[in-house]
Design a protein around this ligand. Structure first.
Ligand code: GLC
Length: 582
């Protein structure tokens, strides 16, 4: 069948009649939320590091894109040993990002555009430079200062064996030994992540009180919600028992059980029981926080970063008296295959719907290989280990971008709330060939370069093709080098360009709103080949062809497609939105 020479673009398409509007309240049930990674979004002062004034200046682009909210990864005072997820002061902006006043200006401007503002909360651990940890180190064993963290004596004759066998997610032991004031070896402290990120002890009421104070600080400053970091990790099993199946590769998701949807028809997997993930006690913390949020005017929300499998278990995080949303990482980790996608969509809507919460959908973030590369890997997805020059099974770029566009168009049609990571709207791939000396992820250092880590998805994004650092920074500085090929992906090149990924996202967000897709009811359609996902949401039919052969299309009005479509055929790795003929 003949194919059109170029993709349909919004300009080609008739404007759709609005069929539904968003409810005035509970905006989060259908919101599209854009993740800003502040270090890499826009640099206002030219030092090569993104900052608050850079964000403020560029918010108009996000308003134009048509998202509902922004979520900012941490910008608090921090030694930046883990990109700001090592917080030294939760109630101040790090000077590399600006000041609290700069934050207020950013928030005000975002609200002026009608964008909600979500900030990141990191409650599992502080930075080792946090005042509390410094006090703990300076205080004796058994002191109240130490009781805010998890200090334990070592095992073995001289206490030189770590208190248990837990491993850091970033590689190596999850314990580091302290040195006493007199130079003798001291107690050990727990850090599920880097040694610069000591875990707090959530059995301690003082820790609870402090985080309620932090929540109120930001709520009073007008934020619309919090993305809660490692929301499955705060509480550890009593007695800190050894982990019977110790993780070797480092994992956020439990006992080495991959967070992928189960095979159709197979029994639910046995729940992994990891003594530091998904412990029952975490839920009481979120109930406490929910009560605080509910005191505030407006719809303020909590979003869980919880790598929990299966979805029915994850749904516990969003019961009516807990959080509002949880990232759907099972969806993120689903391969580009019809049966797996159908299954995860169904399971997500059932599991979250079962507790009255919206599902979320997400394909990329600052911790995973960008989906324009991940979906075209020819080896297993390395998750947080990242990909680099010596990785096996590098992605095939043409396949990657094509699948990414198709996957995004499917995701943006689904009912619930969708997350878009900065740069995916430009079709950015993972940067694979960063020089070793440029890498900053603790994963890289803690594994002696065995795992590349996450720098490849954190490279500063391109705004203007012809500007220094592609407009990221007026001086041309950039904390990670940007690839030459990114000139042609710059936002200005894609703006108004028919068929560009940016225009695809814009059209999708406009149509999503006009047709009320985010608040729609999804119905699966039968009669399509196994590798096709075909669903109807309201008056929009969405068909994604993950297979290798073109499929016949039903007659209807084309609303949007991720690639040019033939007369009546949908090519492989393509998604289409249609209004079917009655
Ligand atoms: C979360 C963050 C990640 C960080 C880790 C430790 O997973 O998304 O970037 O390294 O927590 O705070």
């Amino acid at each position: 069948m003949a194919e059109n020479p170029r993709p349909k673009t919004p300009a080609d398409l008739p404007a759709a009649e609005p069929t539904a509007t968003r409810p005035a309240d509970e905006w989060w049930r259908s919101a599209v939320i854009y993740q800003i990674y502040p270090r890499s979004f826009a640099d206002g002062n030219g030092d090569g590091m993104g900052d608050m004034s850079g964000i403020t200046e560029r918010l108009d682009a996000l308003a134009e894109l048509g998202v509902d909210a922004v979520w900012l990864s941490p910008f608090y005072r921090s030694p930046q040993r883990d990109g700001g997820y090592d917080v030294a002061d939760y109630c101040d902006v790090d000077p590399i990002f600006g000041t609290l006043g700069d934050f207020d200006r950013m928030r005000e401007r975002a609200h002026g555009f009608g964008l909600k503002v979500i900030v990141d909360l990191v409650p599992n651990h502080t930075s080792s430079e946090h005042e509390w940890f410094q006090q703990a180190l300076a205080s004796p064993e058994g002191s109240p200062e130490r009781a805010r963290y998890i200090f334990r004596d070592g095992k073995g004759k001289n206490g030189d064996v770590p208190p248990n066998n837990w491993e850091s997610v970033f590689g190596g032991a999850a314990w580091t030994r302290t040195v006493n004031a007199d130079g003798t070896p001291g107690q050990w402290y727990l850090h599920l992540f880097d040694s610069s990120q000591p875990d707090l002890d959530w059995n301690n009421p003082e820790v609870h009180a402090e985080f309620v104070r932090i929540l109120r600080f930001w709520l009073d400053r007008g934020v619309d919600g919090f993305r809660v970091d490692v929301a499955h990790g705060l509480v550890k099993a009593d007695g800190l028992p050894d982990f019977e199946k110790p993780l070797t590769g480092g994992s956020m998701g439990g006992a080495g059980v991959p967070l992928t949807p189960e095979i159709e028809g197979a029994a639910e997997p046995e729940l992994p029981s990891t003594p530091y993930w998904a412990q029952e006690g975490v839920h009481e913390i979120y109930r406490e926080w929910r009560r605080v949020l509910d005191e505030y005017e407006g719809d303020r929300i909590l979003v869980a970063e919880a790598w929990v499998d299966p979805l029915t278990k994850l749904a516990d995080w969003v019961r009516p008296d807990e959080m509002h949303q949880a990232f759907n990482f099972v969806y993120l980790e689903t391969p580009w295959e019809g049966p797996a996608l159908r299954r995860v969509i169904r399971d997500s809507l059932d599991a979250f719907g079962g507790v009255g919460a919206p599902s979320t959908w997400v394909l990329s973030n600052h911790d995973v290989v960008r989906h324009a590369s991940r979906l075209a890997l020819t080896a297993e997805n390395p998750q947080g280990a990242g990909i680099g020059p010596n990785s096996e099974g590098k992605p095939i770029p043409e396949v990657g971008i094509r699948r990414a566009r198709a996957a995004s168009l499917l995701m943006l049609a689904l009912p619930g709330s969708a997350y878009v990571y900065q740069g995916e709207d430009l079709g950015l791939p993972e940067v694979i060939d960063l020089p070793d000396e440029a890498r900053q992820d603790p994963t890289w250092y803690r594994t002696g370069g065995e795992r590349y880590g996450r720098d490849g998805c954190r490279v500063p994004i391109p705004w203007e093709a012809a500007a220094p650092a592609y407009g990221f920074s007026h001086t041309g500085e950039s904390w990670l080098p940007q690839p030459e090929e990114w000139a042609e992906l710059a936002r200005d090149v894609q703006t108004g360009t028919p068929g560009s990924t940016l225009e695809l996202y814009r059209a999708a967000l406009r149509l999503r709103r006009e047709h009320g897709l985010g608040i729609g009811r999804l119905e699966e359609l039968d009669g399509y080949p196994d590798d096709v996902v075909a669903v109807r949401i309201g008056d929009v039919t969405v068909i994604a062809n993950t297979g290798e052969t073109p499929i016949e299309l039903p007659a209807g009005e084309l609303l949007l497609s991720s690639e040019p479509v033939g007369e009546a055929a949908l090519a492989p790795d393509t998604t289409i939105w249609l209004r079917l003929q009655d």
